[in-house]
Design a protein around this ligand. Structure first.
Ligand SMILES: Cc1ncc(COP(=O)(O)O)c(C=O)c1O
Length: 445
């Protein structure tokens, strides 16, 4: 496509409101025409290494014909049917059966939505439902973390702990409380003498539950590795303590594994790194590698039981037109087959180690404060002063733009540049990320 044609295309695009829209962020959009493996091709001839796998989701990379075929076959057979109570379809039943016990033992029941925000709203509503069924209707509040990203539906927006997502959408939904995240590089809470960051951050949960009153708290939600909040990898002692505290106060633990599920961190699901199991799991993104819109929740047997044994006037009145969408579920089944066949947790572990080691060589730059990661999700923290660890989001933005010019897609998250490439990436392509980022950094000094 010529530059002129690309401009005409962008003109048509002006009728579209894009997510998190501001005209300054969309003045000169990349128009992506095609993808193959880890590479994106624009209409004006650029070839870009997608260091973010789209939005942390295109695990198997672009251009997988097997997935296109699975979608085609299912659409021909049955494009859609209602999945509301009283009806089902083959792919959603097969997928639910496959997912029983798949992530964590005891999570044997799945509800399907279309993405991560819907998954989290489903999780919050189900937590409230559960406590009502248990005779504790006062347990309605949700505790989340500062810096958390849980999506943009109304509940998910206010579970999200990033202020700019709230500013223009108040008044805030009541009942969402935020505590500091277990960020070892820059912990925002108070640390008592002798405490680790993990212990302090877990204590913050206990303090919040006590302050709100345990009889008012339904659930705690956390991303095992915080994504949008800046790729925060928690200390090893954090989640085991969180699990204990949730158990002590009868608070459900919701794991938002929308990014971390399906191999991304080098374990099939990320809480396995710490031997911890949630009561509700939110999933999306990687289940279809972005080839179809699918998310959902998995719930514990106790929660399932509460729904199963309810009188009719306490039915679980929740569900979407596209819950259990046949094509999306057929794509998910094929995608899981590919990721299992190609050992994606193992790939994310070894290639992630290579990426982390490569990125760590960039710590030589005076403005690289820290390089962190787990499996194939890494963050490079940009600072104006290494000793003071002072965040420099403006410089991170300049490096992001320079990287884009060098044919590398990353994502600036405040002062952190994020990397979560397709898990299909190979060793040379991992090295290419490091090389192109290094060149971008050279160009801004
Ligand atoms: C951890 C987490 N939860 C939820 C969401 C929301 O998912 P969606 O955009 O599919 O609604 C995201 C999206 O990036 C996410 O990163």
């Amino acid at each position: 496509m010529s530059a002129h044609e690309t401009e005409k295309w962008i003109e048509k695009d002006r009728r579209q409101l894009h997510p998190t829209y501001h005209p300054s962020a969309h003045a000169n959009p990349l128009v992506i025409e095609r993808g193959e493996g880890v590479w994106l091709y624009t209409t004006d001839g650029q070839k870009i290494l997608d260091g973010m796998a789209g939005l942390w989701n295109v695990n198997v990379g672009y251009g997988r014909e097997e997935l296109a075929q699975a979608a085609f076959d299912q659409m021909k057979e049955l494009a859609y049917t209602s999945n509301f109570a009283g009806m089902t379809n083959l792919p959603s039943s097969l997928l639910a059966a496959k997912l029983a016990g798949y992530a964590y033992p005891g999570l044997n029941t799945t509800f399907f939505a279309s993405g991560g925000s819907e998954a989290n709203d489903s999780a919050f509503k189900t937590a409230r439902y559960y406590w009502k069924r248990m005779g504790k209707p006062g347990k309605t509040k949700i505790i989340a973390r500062k810096g958390a990203y849980h999506g943009v539906t109304m509940y998910a927006t206010f579970a999200t702990g990033i202020e700019k997502y709230h500013t223009m959408f108040g008044p805030a939904v009541e009942g969402f409380v935020h505590i500091p995240a277990p960020n070892p590089y820059r912990y925002e809470g108070e640390i008592q003498p002798g405490e680790t960051v993990g212990q302090a951050a877990a204590r913050a949960l206990e303090t919040a539950i006590q302050a709100e009153g345990p009889d008012t708290v339904a659930a705690f939600i956390a991303e095992p590795v915080m994504g949008v909040g800046g790729v925060i990898v928690p200390p090893d002692d954090y989640f085991p303590l969180i699990r204990q505290i949730c158990d002590k106060y009868d608070v459900l633990f919701i794991a938002d594994e929308v990014i971390t599920g399906f191999g991304r961190t080098g374990e099939w699901f990320a809480l396995r790194h710490w031997g911890v199991k949630p009561d509700i799991l939110s999933f999306a993104k990687g289940i279809t590698s972005g080839y179809a819109q699918l998310g959902g929740i998995q719930v514990s047997d106790a929660i399932r039981e509460s729904i199963e044994t309810a009188p009719a006037d306490q039915s679980w009145m929740h569900g979407f037109t596209y819950s259990g969408h046949p094509m999306a579920c057929a794509v998910a089944l094929k995608n899981l087959e590919i990721m299992e066949r190609e050992d994606y947790a193992g790939r994310a572990r070894t290639l992630g180690q290579r990426l982390l080691e490569g990125l760590k060589t960039l710590e030589e730059f005076p403005f690289v404060g820290e390089v962190r990661g787990l499996g194939l999700i890494c963050g490079v923290e940009i600072v104006s002063d290494k000793a003071a660890r002072s965040a420099d989001p403006a410089l991170a933005m300049r490096i992001f733009k320079a990287a884009e010019k060098a044919g590398l897609r990353t994502r600036p998250l405040g002062s952190t540049l994020a990397f979560a490439p397709p898990i299909a990436i190979n060793e040379d392509e991992v090295d290419e990320i490091v090389k192109r980022l290094g060149a971008a950094m050279d160009s801004v000094v």
